[in-house]
Design a protein around this ligand. Structure first.
Ligand code: FES
Ligand SMILES: [Fe+2]
Length: 437
């Protein structure tokens, strides 16, 4: 349990807030690159409580500037995309992609006023199908050499979805290995051959056991956490009847991402990005170590569950997430269908917009959540004391932050480390792009 002020400190993200200042020291997903695939590439972005507009100029370069015109506040999302910038339709003030005002056509001839007018703007870069923004002080950091950033475009696919709750709830469900045995329980197993693009539907590691059965049969994982250069490595062991141990390695990437195995072929790196205090987007990069990703199929699967342009899930609190009590009796633990994203969405949204952590009771299975909150608190304290270098990934060479290893394996002889490294090495050795480290 924590105090209300501690909960506020960890969850609020506007400019000048504790957690908001920490998050601003790292690249943040601002939009999917596909959102700019239109005749007029201008997209509203709300990120960490700030209203912005993302646009692509005629040279193909990206700009991210404040949404409300610095003149008298009109909405720049309706701006005229011209002359390598965005022009406000109200009085024609023109801004380049760095936010500098370069023209004020209604001001007297020869006026230099525009030189002192600058819209708030942030550096942006496209990587792995996502447009990233850096909203912190100084120069943006380099991108780490994570698999999702090293894999070629053919082997990554990005998508996003809206959750109507605080970002920390989203993050915490991703570092909670126990919930998969309950929230995502299927009372019947699908054919793992039909598992493409779906979480928990493959066979477990190199066994013939469907992952769904393994999760159902062994609901009490033995969870341990280790601090790493990038955040936290989470090891969940399920001790099986035959003496073998199922090992699942997942990761927390500081400050608000996770990296988990999706299938034997793919991993998911997922950021839980605050829109504001009470809404967030998950941004996932699916990275394939085997064949190129079937992006058409992956997109089709996900577009069936989401509406555009805001990527809001079709099942949501306004339609009870499709809850069906009969299905809950016979097919799924939740009664909310087979898409596990909906289960997670229900779990995190049903806590309330910002979970009341003054009234919770953490157990042993919440060990990763406890560890993560400690790290976030330490980062907040470090920033307040001017010790920026103490934040994760601030002083190490980002080009040397690899992986992270995210895999399921079976340890037949109890040697956990050997088992998952062997499985991970095999995957990297057979990879068509350079995944070695
Ligand atoms: S409000 Fe934008 S130019 Fe006047
Ligand atoms: Fe989940």
């Amino acid at each position: 349990m924590m105090s209300q002020s501690q909960n506020d400190s960890l969850t609020r993200v506007g400019p000048g807030t504790d957690a908001g200042d920490v998050l601003r020291r790292y690249w943040q997903p601002a939009a999917l690159a596909e959102e700019l695939n239109s005749k007029r590439p201008v997209v509203p972005v709300r990120l960490m409580g700030e209203d912005l507009v993302l646009f692509q100029d005629s040279e193909g370069k990206l700009g991210l500037i404040q949404r409300h015109c610095p003149h008298r506040g009109a909405d720049m999302c309706y701006g005229r995309l011209e002359d390598n910038g965005l022009r406000c339709p109200f009085h024609g003030w023109h801004f380049n992609r760095d936010g500098q005002c370069v023209e004020q056509p209604a001001e007297p001839e020869g006026s230099h006023m525009h030189e002192s007018i600058k819209a708030r703007s942030y550096p942006v870069e496209e990587r792995a199908g996502i447009v990233w923004a850096y909203m912190g002080p100084g120069d943006p950091p380099e991108f780490p050499a994570f698999d999702c950033f090293r894999a070629p475009d053919t082997h990554v696919f990005a998508f996003k979805g809206l959750w109507e709750c605080n970002w920390l709830q989203g993050m915490e469900v991703g570092i909670d290995p126990a919930h998969a045995s309950f929230l995502h329980r299927f009372l019947q197993d699908e054919d793992p051959a039909d598992s493409y693009g779906k979480q928990f539907r493959d066979k477990a590691a190199n066994t013939e056991i469907p992952m769904t059965k393994l999760l159902r049969d062994y609901p009490r994982p033995d969870i341990s956490v280790d601090e790493t250069d990038f955040g936290i490595k989470i090891t969940a062991l399920r001790h099986m009847e035959d003496g073998c141990v199922h090992v699942r390695i997942t990761n927390q990437i500081f400050p608000e991402a996770i990296c988990i195995p999706m299938s034997r072929e793919m991993t998911i790196t997922q950021w839980h990005v605050p829109i504001d205090d009470e809404n967030c987007y998950w941004y996932s990069v699916f990275t394939s170590f085997n064949k190129p990703v079937d992006k058409t199929l992956m997109r089709e699967q996900r577009l069936k569950e989401h509406r555009l342009p805001d990527y809001a899930p079709l099942k949501n609190k306004r339609n009870n997430y499709g809850y069906n009590p009969e299905e809950q009796e016979s097919q799924t633990y939740t009664g909310m269908g087979l898409d596990i994203n909906v289960h997670d969405q229900w779990a995190v949204e049903s806590m309330g917009a910002i979970q009341d952590r003054t009234d919770e009771h953490l157990g042993k299975s919440d060990v990763a959540i406890i560890k993560y909150r400690r790290m976030l608190r330490a980062a907040i304290a470090a920033l307040k004391e001017g010790r920026e270098d103490d934040l994760p990934m601030q002083t190490i060479d980002p080009g040397k932050v690899f992986g992270p290893i995210s895999i399921d394996a079976i340890a037949a002889d109890g040697d956990i480390d050997a088992a998952y490294h062997q499985e991970d090495n095999a995957r990297r050795d057979n990879c068509s792009w350079n995944a070695s480290f």
